[in-house]
Design a binder for this molecule. Structure first.
Ligand code: MLC
Ligand code: AMP
Length: 511
């Protein structure tokens, strides 16, 4: 039978069931045995609800240990886990549920009323809260626990994660069991991660960083997670005394560096700090090393391909570089026009091939085909070059994408909403350097002749349709957008013109 993250977790529980899987400040620990028991109860509830192998289980809930168990139970019964960012609003949820057609949608207690109109004859709606509350947990308490494991194939789908597109609709990246387990095993080895580790987990669990890197590694290794509901610099610094590893987005490190408490003493017992999901500035890298004696290990990945490259565990961790391809993963940089492979040092499109690369976009064969080369390499949409030591440097993106605090925002989605507002002629949404979020979503708006476009009103007008992190932090009104001879808006020019908008000390309306 193919190994899955569930079977790897069950093996960890069999090795040492009394060990703490989750340590939660101010709350009792959850052991491997207890987590296995909850997982089996949830599997029983999924059976009772008639969830079949291949069914989608969509989940939009607060971070909790039970939510991790629901992920494991979904894999155990051979269904497909579909996590959704808790920040997504009504319109966004409508799209994901309509596209994925899940057999079960799990939301937070109290939210089921708001989702009542989404209930269909083929979709159950259940709730799961952060205090082990909600209808799904009640059902799990009553149901007969199930230890039965549905046999699955390596290429069967384990999860679908939605990623927005440069144009039009979001795409559901279908990740297989092999994608998850191969990447997990590779990372365990590369980062020397074992059952002795105590991982500070402060990331959300609805994206690959928090779920498929952090949780999967801990579950498979039999390690302990210090499970924090969200990132708080003081709390993370407190927990370092009893931890060995931290995984975070660059904003975590920017915020830790702001704390006067960050020094060599506080990080003494730690062995590894990992950063990814967005570029870590060379400045933060070197400041962190100066203050703590630890060189942050930067790695690079994406929803469609899990982790792709990593700086070495032993050896030079270069600031501004994301390291070499992980073992078993091929990476190349190609000419963006011709697709020809480039020689080292030249800048081009980053392409990847390996067991980590997703199977397809859910029900979008043309989109899938368009993103792969004939020889099976996936076009990441990132632009980079490989240096003399074989390290990749990401220098930009072909895709029109803003990464704010580790969350991706596709400008098109925001522009479409702003353009539809009365009084707006057109808009361009760009990412500008931001001292906390790395990049901040910013709308540059051209009013219709004579119309008055107000910053706060514009933000308020799109707020109902966009997750908070996608909403512009600022709206700048201009007479016209710069265009090239082909009529294409020159976003690079706008980024240059407004580069200092969020520089510390600058006043702002909506920061
Ligand atoms: C919160 N806000 C954000 C934001 N996060 N705005 C822009 N970008 C973000 N990322 C909003 C809040 O709603 C709030 O608005 C205001 O900004 C200030 O919030 P905060 O309290 O400072 O935010 P906080 O809760 O501390 O969250 C910041 C954060 C969080 C950086 C800790 O965003 C986070 O955990 N990001 C991690 C994202 C992640 O896991 N990415 C991995 C994707 S996988 P208001 O108006 O309500 O006050 C991937 C692949 C890979 O990319 O390689 O890993
Ligand atoms: P997502 O689609 O949310 O998985 O985001 C993936 C994108 O995040 C990648 O295609 C990159 O553009 C970006 N990314 C992830 N890690 C890094 C990194 N270490 N440096 C620069 N960009 C990164």
């Amino acid at each position: 039978m193919t190994d899955t993250i569930y079977t790897m977790f069950a093996a960890s529980a069999a090795r040492d069931g009394a060990k703490a899987l989750f340590r939660r400040p101010g709350r009792p620990n959850v052991t491997y045995d207890e987590a296995l028991e909850t997982t089996h109860r949830l599997a029983g509830a999924l059976h009772e609800l008639g969830i079949r192998p291949g069914d989608r289980v969509a989940v939009q809930v607060e971070k909790s240990t039970e939510a991790v168990c629901l992920y494991l139970a979904t894999l155990q019964v051979g269904a497909i886990f579909l996590p959704l960012n808790t920040a997504y609003t009504g319109g966004e949820i409508d799209y994901f549920l309509g596209d994925a057609e899940p057999a079960l949608f799990v939301c937070s207690p109290g939210e089921e009323g708001a989702h009542a109109h989404r209930r269909t004859a083929t979709m159950h709606v259940e709730t799961l809260g952060a205090e082990a509350d909600g209808s799904l947990m009640q059902r799990a308490e009553r149901a007969a626990p199930s230890a039965e494991v549905e046999p699955v194939g390596a290429r069967d789908a384990a999860a679908i994660l939605y990623t927005s597109g440069t144009t039009g609709r979001s795409k559901g990246a279908v990740l297989t069991h092999e994608n998850l387990t191969s990447n997990c095993c590779t990372l365990l080895e590369t980062w020397r991660f074992t059952q002795a580790d105590r991982l500070i987990h402060a990331l959300p669990i609805f994206h690959i960083h928090g779920l498929f890197v952090a949780c999967n590694m801990a579950l498979a290794a039999g390690a302990t997670m210090i499970f924090l509901t969200r990132f708080d610099a003081d709390e993370v610094l407190d927990e370092m005394a009893d931890a060995s590893v931290l995984m975070g987005v660059p904003t975590f490190y920017t915020r830790l560096l702001r704390s006067p408490r960050l020094d060599a003493k506080v990080g003494e017992g730690m062995r590894l700090f990992v950063s990814g999901s967005a570029p870590l500035s060379a400045e933060d890298h070197s400041q962190f090393e100066k203050r703590t004696g630890h060189a942050i290990l930067e790695r690079y990945g994406m929803t469609e391909a899990g982790m792709i490259t990593s700086n070495p565990y032993e050896g030079a961790r270069k600031p501004g570089a994301v390291g070499r391809p992980l073992p078993g993963i091929e990476l190349r940089v190609t000419d963006r026009e011709s697709g020809e492979a480039l020689t080292d040092g030249e800048i081009g499109a980053v392409e990847v091939r390996g067991p980590n690369v997703f199977r397809e976009y859910w029900r979008m064969p043309e989109k899938t085909a368009a993103e792969f080369r004939e020889d099976g390499f996936f076009k990441t949409g990132d632009v980079g070059s490989i240096d003399e030591d074989g390290y990749l440097r990401i220098v930009g993106r072909d895709k029109d994408l803003v990464i704010s605090g580790g969350y991706n925002v596709y400008p098109k989605e925001v522009e479409t909403l702003i353009d539809a507002l009365p009084g707006v002629e057109e808009s361009a949404v760009i990412g500008l350097p931001h001292p906390d979020f790395g990049e901040a979503v910013t709308a540059i708006v051209v009013p219709k002749g004579g119309a008055n476009v107000d910053e706060r009103e514009t933000i308020a007008a799109v707020a109902g349709s966009l997750a908070r992190y996608k909403q512009p932090k600022r709206v700048i009104v201009v007479d016209a957008l710069p265009r090239n001879v082909m009529g294409k808006v020159q976003k690079a020019e706008l980024r240059k013109r407004f580069a200092d908008l969020y520089a510390e000390g600058q006043a702002s309306a909506a920061q």
